[in-house]
Ligand binder design. Structure first.
Ligand code: IPE
Ligand code: IPE
Ligand code: MG
Length: 255
């Protein structure tokens, strides 16, 4: 019987996108208020950023608050806004020192003026950093993202600067969030649910998906490593056959 060789270790993902889910259940398991889980979740965010920096992952996108999360009880939404504000006040200096570029994607106009000002300040302060791009998806929805891109293209057409026939996936892709980054190579969702929950619908078209039961506040370097190992062991075919992918991998670039 022929031995199938184990998959060759592939490169690290260039971009990891995470749905950080399970904070509320983490707290409920401890008979504590949900906000305790969100605070523990904020610590897991720091751990994850640290680990990605250590590993040299150049882009990390974190789903912090969805457009649908505005529908949660007012007290939870308010407390989360306070947590975001404090986290920004506390963490931006350190992120800047470590070479992280921070920016936010989503409908930011829905945030209050204090938080908005902090978000803008964090973006401006860190915009020249190049070690890692940390994108925080806040008040973000994948469908809104695509609708926004469609609206931008429609206004270009209305202004006579674009013909409808020129609209293709490359052009639309330039108007969605994170267009300046490679699409996520690896998607992680904690908390045990296997759904996308209106995260990066366009950008995840060929992303490797990895789900874990671990609740977000328990996510650590070992968990991240499990996801990275799973990613490394997969063959990404992008619609081609295995043989084609193998041929591409051995192909020597022509000068
Ligand atoms: C994710 O944790 C954080 C946000 C959506 C803000 P949840 O708050 O959704 O936690 P569960 O899913 O209820 O456990
Ligand atoms: C997704 O989690 C959004 C974030 C983690 C910010 P949800 O808890 O809102 O997702 P559903 O409601 O389980 O789909
Ligand atoms: Mg949840």
């Amino acid at each position: 019987m022929s031995q199938v060789p184990p998959p060759l270790p592939g490169p690290l993902p260039r971009h990891v996108a995470i749905i950080m889910d399970g904070n509320g259940r983490w707290a409920q398991l401890r008979r504590r208020p949900r906000m305790i889980g969100h605070r523990a979740g904020a610590r897991a965010v720091n751990r994850t950023i640290d680990r990605c920096l250590e590993l040299g992952i150049p882009a990390l996108t974190l789903f912090a608050f969805s457009s649908e999360n505005w529908g949660r009880p007012a007290e939870e939404v308010e407390a989360l806004m306070k947590l975001f504000l404090h986290a920004l006040e506390r963490e931006v200096d350190e992120l800047h020192r470590r070479g992280v570029r921070v920016r936010f994607v989503g409908q930011r106009e829905r945030f209050g003026p204090a938080l908005l000002a902090r978000m803008q300040a964090a973006e401006q302060r860190t915009q020249g950093n190049a070690l890692m791009t940390l994108s925080i998806a806040a008040s973000y929805g994948g469908r809104q993202d695509i609708a926004h891109a469609a609206r931008m293209l429609a206004s270009e057409v209305a202004a006579g600067r674009l013909q409808p026939e020129q609209i293709d996936e490359t052009l639309l892709g330039r108007y969605v969030a994170l267009a300046d980054l490679p699409a996520p190579d690896l998607f992680i969702r904690t908390g045990g649910d296997t759904r996308i929950s209106n995260f990066l619908l366009w950008q995840l078209a060929y992303t490797e998906l990895w789900f874990t039961e671990v609740l977000w506040p328990d996510f650590d370097a070992a968990q991240l490593q499990r996801a990275l190992d799973a990613y490394t062991g997969r063959e990404r075919r992008f619609g081609l056959t295995s043989a084609q992918i193998a041929a591409l991998a051995t192909e020597t670039p022509t000068p």
